[in-house]
Design a protein around this ligand. Sequence first.
Ligand code: NAD
Ligand code: UDP
Length: 311
Amino acid sequence: MRVLVTGGAGFLGSHLCERLLNDGHEVVCLDNFFTGSKRNIRHLQDSRNFELIRHDITQPILLEVDRIYNLACPASPIHYQYNPVKTTKTSVMGAINMLGLAKRVKARILQASTSEIYGDPQVHPQVESYWGNVNTLGPRSCYDEGKRVAETLMMDYHRQNNVDIRIIRIFNTYGPRMAKNDGRVVSNFILQALKGEDITVYGKGEQTRSFCFVSDLIEGMVRMMNAPNFIGPVNLGNPTETTILEFAERIIELTGSKSKIKYEPLPADDPQQRRPDITLARTVLDWEPTVPLQEGLLQTVEYFRSVLGMG
Ligand code: NAD
Ligand code: UDP
């Protein structure tokens, strides 16, 4: 099959392109390189089944493809708040353009949605039937509301035009090729620990997250795309929950760092707790994460060591 991956030069997109090539597909990687990089996909460019297109999905494009994975959108708070109007445009106009393409060429389309659509959740752990608690006015809204509208567009193109859709809600995912400047907690803490700098815990560090290793996430994503007669939405993430303070201590221990913890203000609207209920993914996709946090973190630390030239 010929498969389009938007945001294919990003963290998740580059791992997905690699997986799809290994599965024998032709891959068209589309990216505007806002947060992605050519370095992420350099190792794929010798493959004759790989094609790279520099394009911004806020503009329409016509391509003959059988499947579309729509991942294009900055994902870390620093990056999506850098140009918030553009972030909303990318989610909303990007979804319209990709759904229009899917409709025209009769491709199946998977939307990378997010746990952020649950906002600061009042239901814990989060189940797919929960409608969420999102501030429409805050600094995170450009991302959260953009992704919520993208889900709405997916459902409406499905109901109105019979487009074959899949929706996944991705929870915090980490691993090699995360951008080192994206301010996310995993990259920040590992880099700070390796450089012996203070570890910046926001707030009291009592907020929780649940971290999924990238290979597990990609497996779930591919299973969802291939699932017959199931459009989702489905949560994909690791249900092992940790406080941010515990996470900081774990990174210090794992890297043998002398870094100390430094407390900084909690950003506005930072969700207090987050953990996916993955019953649906287990039942319908026969999927659950298999990589323990310790093992995934060791691989990620190795990656950042090499990025820093530490061998
Ligand atoms: P990333 O920033 O590494 O990748 C996003 C990619 O999209 C980048 O390569 C970027 O250059 C590209 N892009 C951004 N705007 C674009 C535009 N207008 N046109 C074309 N390309 C554009 O982020 P990621 O972590 O790989 O996330 C990929 C997708 O998964 C995003 O849609 C994100 O919202 C979703 N997601 C990720 C996580 C996570 O923990 N990584 C969690 C929830 C959802
Ligand atoms: N965080 C932190 N220190 C950092 C970066 C992030 O304490 O240097 C916290 C942040 O406030 C949030 C959690 O870690 O509670 C996860 O942040 P991230 O930006 O990785 O993802 P998201 O908030 O989108 O889940």
